[in-house]
Structure formats: C-alpha cells, structure tokens
Design a binder for this molecule. Structure first.
Ligand code: UD1
Length: 320
C-alpha cells in the first residue's frame, strides 16, 4: 500500500511520521520548506515541497493545487498527516480525490487544526487516552506516539553522567539563558550537554544513551522519547504554546512521578540548580525512570500500521 505522509514545521510533528513511515515499503512525503525538507530526504524518503503558510491564503491555495497534482500523479492509497499547517491543503486535496485520511495527534490537548480536521479523517491515532474526548465519537484510536527506532533501543542507567539540556526541536531562549548563567557552576558544567539552537543534534539516541537527566520543554514527541527510554526530566513547558498544551503534557508526567515540573516564569539559574540538586542522586533518578517507563506505549508505529491495513484493505485485497 502506497502511503503519503504529510507533516511540517517542527521535529515534534516530523519524527512520528518518520517512525510510522519506516513500517511501510512504499511511501513519500509532502511538506513545506522547513525542517521536514531536510529530515525526510535524510531518512531516505521521496519528498515534495509545497508552499505553506498559517496566514497567507494565496500560499494555502497554491499548496492545495500542488498537493492535488502530486497526489494525482503518485496515487497513494491513503494519507497520514501528523501535524503542522502544511497538512491542511494536503488533507483537503486528498479528500477531494476521495482518499482516506488518517491523523496522528501527539499531545494530550490536541491542537485546534487537528480537532477541526478530524471530521475529515477516517481515524485519529492518539498518543494519550485523554486526547480522545476532543475528537468526534469513535474517531480516536489509542496507539501511543511513534518513536524513532534508534531511540527505542536506548536504555537508561543512573550511572550515566550527562545532563541533557534542550528546548524541543526549535530550542528555548529562557532555558538557554538560565543554563548559560549556570555554566559558572563548574561542578555542573562538566556534565551538561546543551543544545542551544545552534547545534541541532540528529543523533539524539546517542546523546540520550549518555544521559541521566533531561532539562527540556514539554513537547509531546520529546516526552514520548523520555518515556520510551525511562529518562527522568525537569520539564519547563513553553508558556506560549497553543492553549498552553505543553503544560498539560508536563503535568501528566509530573503527576505520575516521571518528571519535575517547573513553570517558565519560575525559571532562573538558581531555581534550576536547586531542582537539579534535589533529584540528582541514583535513588531518585531510578524511581523517576521507572515511573517514566510506565508511560511508554509499546509498538505504536506497528499498531498504526496494523490498524490501517486491517481497516483499509477489503477481503479481495483492494483498497476500500
Ligand atoms: C512550540 C510548540 O508548539 N511546540 C510543539 C512542537 O514542538 P517540538 O517540535 O519542539 O516538539 P517536541 O519537543 O515534541 O519534539 C522535538 C523533537 O526534536 C528532536 N530533537 C530536538 C533537538 C535536537 O537538536 N535534535 C532533535 O532531534 C527531539 O528528539 C524530539 O523528537 O510539536 C510538539 C508535538 O506536537 C508539541 O507538543 C509542541 O508543543
């Protein structure tokens, strides 16, 4: 079955698509000129760029016509969209051509665009049970959030030495500022790995494998990775995320003992040093790691693939 993936803008939307795409032999991507333009071809996928914008209707219309042409030429059986505004014209074009569309939602509190587009989708694969109630009845299927396979192979040890600091795929100014001040603390500095937005890391699995504690934003794809590995974290939700959805993600992890939540407004070099000092011991880290592991959904990408194959192929092996 040939599958069209559409995703865009930030790593949080792109990596789940790449994880699902691994499960399908025939696939291609449609995205914008942002991070997906690098990441999808790098992962070996055919990639089509279309114009996209959250504001300019002319770009959306141009994107829609280009998506129509691409879909008519490539003839995928289905479209899977994992978020980002570039998916809107792709989904509309797919529906016009009578194609089945599936959405995948990473967050506990789904974005408005996905909530609206879910009406056009056959199903929405959700990462957390709490997300289902935001979609029309019977639309959500709980699968968990697909995680890149190299990250699934990483395991946590409290003997790891690194504290990994990053802000999601686009980095975070307030975290950078607090950490840069903390760098005067020599004892901590030696063990801090800081992704500050100038050093995008493609091999996160390698970094995670040396890490005992993450200090990061609370993007849902990051959280799924922390759960898959069982990595303890201090989560500082991005305060301007739509509907404050990162705080929902972070609270879910904090309430279950997997993370410490720190609000961005409370973030200073001193408060961060304090929070790190409180949990930076093998007993606490191990306890948090075990709690994080219980939040991992196994085989999310496989579940999505099986669900699609079961429901999209009829008995004569034809696409519905
Ligand atoms: C501001 C905003 O609205 N951000 C949203 C966006 O975040 P964002 O794109 O930042 O998403 P996440 O934090 O969920 O994921 C970041 C991804 O980038 C990877 N990574 C990061 C840094 C790096 O150097 N290399 C690298 O590979 C991480 O391993 C992870 O896979 O999508 C998420 C998933 O829908 C949402 O929950 C976030 O709220």
């Amino acid at each position: 079955m040939k599958v069209c993936f559409s995703c865009g803008g930030t790593g949080g939307h792109i990596y789940p698509a790449l994880a699902i795409a691994d499960k399908f032999a025939e696939r291609f991507f449609i995205g914008s000129n942002r991070l997906e333009k690098t990441l999808a071809p790098q992962a070996g996928h055919k990639f089509y760029e279309i114009p996209a914008s959250s504001r300019d209707p002319r770009a959306v219309i141009a994107g829609f016509y280009q998506a129509l042409k691409i879909l008519a030429r490539e003839k995928p059986a289905i479209v899977i969209a994992t978020g980002g505004y570039v998916t809107v014209p792709v989904i509309l074009a797919a529906k016009l051509l009578g194609k089945k569309v599936y959405l995948q939602e990473q967050n506990i509190l789904p974005g408005r665009v996905n909530r609206y587009l879910s009406r056009l989708a056959a199903k929405v694969f959700v990462a957390f049970a709490g997300a289902a109630r935001y979609f029309p009845r019977n639309k959500a299927v709980l699968t968990g959030n697909p995680v890149r396979k190299d990250i699934l192979n990483v395991s946590f040890s409290p003997n790891n030495t690194k504290i990994l600091v990053f802000g999601g795929s686009l980095s975070a100014n307030s975290i950078n500022k607090a950490i840069n001040e903390l760098k005067t603390n020599k004892a901590l500095l030696d063990n801090i790995v800081h992704l500050d937005g100038t050093n995008y890391e493609h091999d996160m699995a390698n970094l995670y494998s040396q890490t005992k504690l993450c200090v990061c934003r609370a993007g849902a794809t990051t959280l799924s990775e922390l759960a898959a590995i069982g990595l303890p974290s201090i989560l500082i939700p991005y305060p301007y995320a739509a509907d404050n959805h990162q705080e929902f993600n972070a609270r879910y992890f904090e309430e279950r003992g997997a993370a410490v939540l720190m609000l961005d407004k409370d973030l200073t070099a001193a408060s961060l040093a304090d929070a790190i000092a409180k949990i930076n011991n093998p007993e606490t880290l191990t306890r948090m790691s075990n709690a994080a592991k219980t939040l991992h959904f196994k085989n999310a990408a496989e579940k999505i693939k099986h669900f699609i194959e079961k429901t999209s192929v009829d008995k004569k092996n034809k696409i519905e």
